[in-house]
Design a protein around this ligand. Sequence first.
Ligand SMILES: Cc1ncc(COP(=O)(O)O)c(C=O)c1O
Length: 389
Amino acid sequence: MFFHRLRELRRLNLDRSIKDRSSAQGPRIIIEDREFINFSSNDYLGLAGHPEITRAASDAMQRFGFGGGASRLLAGGSELHTILERKIASLKSTDSALVFNSGYAANTGIIPAIAGEGDVIFSDELNHASIVDGCRLSKAKTVLYDHRDMDHLKKLLTEPFAESRQRVVIVTDAVFSMDGDIAPLRTMYDLCLNLNSERRHKDPALLYVDDAHGTGVLGKGKGTLAYFGISPEPWIIQMGTLSKALGSFGAFVAGSREVIEWLTNTARSFIFSTAIPACAVAAASKAIDLMKTRPELIQRLWRNRIRTADMLRGKGYDIGKSETPIIPLMVNSVEDALKLSRHLYEKGIYAPAIRPPTVKTPRVRITVTAAHSEEDIAMLSKALSSCQV
Ligand SMILES: Cc1ncc(COP(=O)(O)O)c(C=O)c1O
């Protein structure tokens, strides 16, 4: 049925395969009975396998069992869900927050709930696939602007098709997941502010920020808005994940009471899906506590990021516009990306190649965490020294 298409994927070196771990997530993992230094997780603070996180999850499991059993609007939620939402709202300085089952579910549920037919969404061309799919599901007119190009966005916002719409939504990754660069949120904020002063008789333009890779990483863990010193506004909607720096699973949206109430009533991926289990919620809740009480986690993450980026640049690698613990090693072809990744694998370093259609330019995506040791980074350096790519 799909034989020919699969054969074509293989011919182009674009076929994917799964390599499962037989150990916990962390800086060292076991795959195929071999230990690897793991430069391929989004576990930025090293919390996914942290004993205090697993203990919190296991205590919650003892008390609440494992499965959620129903949608949150039925009997799926626990009191831990509400406690977590309060903590997230406090972290993000918003009125309210709502937990979703994953970042993918959040984006594909929230975007169609805030924009629909007749509205317009402006989306960065490199936004995450879940945003792309959310925009498609919304049926709003979606206009892509060049990556982080605020002049382009500004120009598009003044086009007649934009001015005539009732609802305008600007949507962006805060930290771009494959490039590790940061969206110019200060300029985006100013653009929205100006737009909203002009659009007095229409709905305010919304700024929707996906802070999956900024939460727990930037702004002392509060995220990318805090990093830029931007205070929340009723027209800013912040989404983030519990699955990356917070070491758990699931996602959230934080915003005004009105926005959260609207999403509780209309986001289909929230309404029509079983709630995430209390144990995942407890793990995320504990991660927020740890992030606050152990500032050294974020400090260590950034120390490792700087050390690794300096080392890679020193070896002549093109790391693109990376400003965060996501550091791509840009290469010229899919074959080079595979060659580099295979070489690292042979040397005991796990860092898979990222190829089209995930990205336009092939690369090996290195992610650094607080849990990496100096020795781990030195091993990466050594492995790269003997590489021809
Ligand atoms: C920017 C961005 N948004 C959303 C997601 C989806 O999050 P999740 O893995 O929780 O579905 C990801 C992650 O993979 C991401 O990088």
